[in-house]
Design a protein around this ligand. Structure first.
Ligand SMILES: Nc1ncnc2c1ncn2[C@@H]1O[C@H](COP(=O)(O)OP(=O)(O)OP(=O)(O)O)[C@@H](O)[C@H]1O
Ligand SMILES: [Mg+2]
Length: 266
């Protein structure tokens, strides 16, 4: 079931186009805890974009601020030509249909079957009523994540890796333009992690979805990302292609890379 490791093509730069998401001077504090102190990002359309940084540094807060699930204190976020930080709530909800997300603890609804979980956004967000159409799209997604025929199973009958893939299927069924993954491989063994990393690359390559990926798995981030950004103490301290970031002289970035890659060779 595990597909072979997918490497980024050498010419992947050529696939990158204009930014689909732009972030400028984004700030967010909780009380006197200043989490984001001025984040700038350009996420090219069609890219896999990795975001890395220490635990508790604000990566998930950054994601939620970009998606408008948290109101930033100041700064701007654009999706294509639309400034999200300026939108009334109803319009933001409309635009958010272009975003899918597979969150850190993206719990499936345990009281529903796998099929009902995947159908949920179709019914609730798109207001689809046609049961045959819903069934067809659920089956299509299950085939796509290579777990055909598990519609009737309940989430607690699945392994952790299967649950993650069903979570990805649920976020893909809406056919988003941008898919946000918050640590999709945390807690999985290396083989399952590789399956999920391959799934991210397939989502990007085969469906053309821009994938923004927070991960603690630095080697994987370097392998599958077109570009990478390091978040540290509220700002982006290094950003670029994996090769460019690898040359960063920022001390933390250096340490992160050295320790992560050394662990691999132990
Ligand atoms: N809604 C909130 N209210 C108050 N503080 C919050 C809230 N959300 C996050 N924080 C704080 O913001 C900081 C950054 O949290 P965040 O979840 O973004 O970290 P992270 O980089 O995603 O960490 P990890 O890698 O462990 O997931 C933490 O100190 C957290 O306690
Ligand atoms: Mg987080």
């Amino acid at each position: 079931m595990v597909s072979p490791m997918i490497e980024r093509p050498v010419d992947s730069e050529t696939r990158l186009k204009n930014p689909i998401i732009r972030v400028r001077n984004l700030k967010k504090s909780f009380g006197n805890q200043h989490i984001l102190t001025g984040v700038d990002l350009d996420i090219p359309e069609g890219s896999v974009f990795g975001i890395v940084g220490q635990s508790g540094t604000g990566k998930s807060v950054l994601f939620k601020s970009i998606m408008g699930m948290i109101r930033p204190d100041s700064g701007k976020v654009w999706y294509r030509d639309t400034e999200l930080t300026d939108l009334p709530y109803a319009k933001l909800v409309e635009i958010r249909k272009k975003f899918g997300y597979a969150f850190q603890n993206a719990a499936l609804f345990d009281s529903m079957t796998v099929g009902e979980n995947i159908a949920f956004p179709l019914r609730e967000v798109l207001q689809l009523k046609d049961r045959r159409e819903i069934g067809r799209r659920v089956r299509e997604m299950l085939d796509w994540i290579e777990l055909p025929g598990i519609e009737a199973k309940r989430p607690d009958e699945l392994s952790g890796g299967m649950r993650k893939r069903v979570g990805v299927a649920r976020s893909l069924v809406m056919r988003p333009d941008v898919l946000f993954f918050d640590e999709p491989t945390t807690g999985l063994d290396p083989v399952l992690s590789e399956t999920i990393n391959n799934l991210v690359v397939r989502v990007n390559r085969e469906l053309g979805v821009t994938c923004i990926l927070i991960t603690h798995d630095i080697p994987a981030a370097f392998r599958i990302s077109d570009r990478l950004a390091f978040l540290h103490r509220g700002t982006i301290v290094a950003e670029g292609t994996p090769a460019e970031v690898a040359k960063s002289d920022h001390e933390l970035v250096h340490d992160f890379i050295r320790i992560s890659f050394n662990e691999l060779s132990v």
